[in-house]
Design a protein around this ligand. Structure first.
Ligand SMILES: [Zn+2]
Length: 305
């Protein structure tokens, strides 16, 4: 996408969307470059007039070095210097990389549901489950710049270490067990039920099919546990919940979080937090990447970085 940003306003000049190639690192980077060049062509702007390139990718990654440490859903994506590879392929353009969920949080903070809010947590529930933490007006980055991977917050534990853990709780794509993502992300729900589409699991549960109901109930308990942990540990004023599954299944995602906070979190932080749907839809990554790149290139984005 090629865009200009002024204040909270983003004007989209052109866009090019394509599926992620499944053949590994070089094909994926090649696809990104081809898409960027196609969007540029459509905008009529030459590359040398582009101030900065913003790029959202799944994490964990280091936004300062521009290295993706591990992207379990993209074949071969381990320790890839994505920002520099992309810069090389775009004639040395300045490229700013950040985690997709950090980018979404930046977009929601500047132009969405968290405008003006200094203590909030962003959660996305879609194919996967992820998040970002803004505390005291700063993005929480941690010591290796990988903080905020809320999808891998454990909400269950291996019940019997003498048995193969796979018998107790589902194995997560990160290699661990009991992560909230492995219970509540769209792909994991579909896998658990043996179907391709997450919507089919919810439809079956709504029809009263017992196995689907159990899988959905388990997902609700997982996001409820995450919401309680976030409320008690981080004391945010807002939990912004985005992503396609959350958008379509509010009663199964946002409502269980609200209920659990009300019933089980500490009273003081529970009374101060609201769980709200994200304001930005499917374009959140692209809009956020433009805003994040603008903030970083202008040196005004330190509160996020
Ligand atoms: Zn995990």
């Amino acid at each position: 996408m090629v865009a200009t940003a002024d204040g909270a306003r983003v004007d989209i000049l052109s866009r090019d969307e394509r599926a992620t190639p499944g053949e590994g690192v070089d094909a994926t980077i090649g696809g990104i470059v081809a898409s960027a060049r196609a969007a540029l062509r459509d905008s009529g702007l030459p590359l040398h007039e582009i101030v900065a390139v913003g790029l959202a990718a799944p994490g964990p990654l280091d936004h300062r070095t521009g290295v993706v440490h591990f992207a379990p859903n993209i074949a071969g994506f381990t320790e890839v210097p994505l920002a520099s590879r992309l810069s090389d392929a775009l004639d040395g353009a300045t490229v700013f990389l950040d985690r997709d969920t950090a980018i979404a949080a930046i977009a929601e903070r500047i132009t969405g549901a968290a405008r003006g809010v200094d203590d909030f947590v962003y959660i996305t529930v879609s194919t996967g489950l992820g998040g970002a933490i803004v505390s005291g007006g700063r993005m929480v980055r941690g010591t290796t710049n990988t903080a905020g991977e809320l999808g891998h917050w454990p909400v269950a534990f291996q019940l019997d270490t003498a048995r193969d853990a796979a018998f107790d709780v589902p194995r997560c794509g990160c290699g661990s067990y009991g992560c909230v993502e492995s219970f509540a992300a769209g792909r994991n729900l579909a896998d658990a039920y043996g179907v391709k589409e997450t919507a089919d699991v919810y439809a079956a549960a709504d029809r009263g099919e017992p196995r689907a109901k159990a899988i959905v109930a388990r997902a609700e308990r997982a996001v409820a546990a995450l919401a309680i942990g976030i409320t008690n540990v981080l004391n945010p004023s807002l939990i912004v919940v985005g992503g396609s599954v959350a958008e379509k299944q509010r009663a199964h995602v946002i409502e269980p979080m609200r209920r659990a906070i009300r019933e089980r979190a500490f009273a003081t932080p529970a009374s101060a937090v609201q769980v709200v749907p994200a304001a930005l839809g499917g374009d959140v990554g692209m809009v956020g990447a433009v805003l994040a790149a603008r903030e970083r290139v202008s040196g005004k984005g330190e509160w996020f970085l």
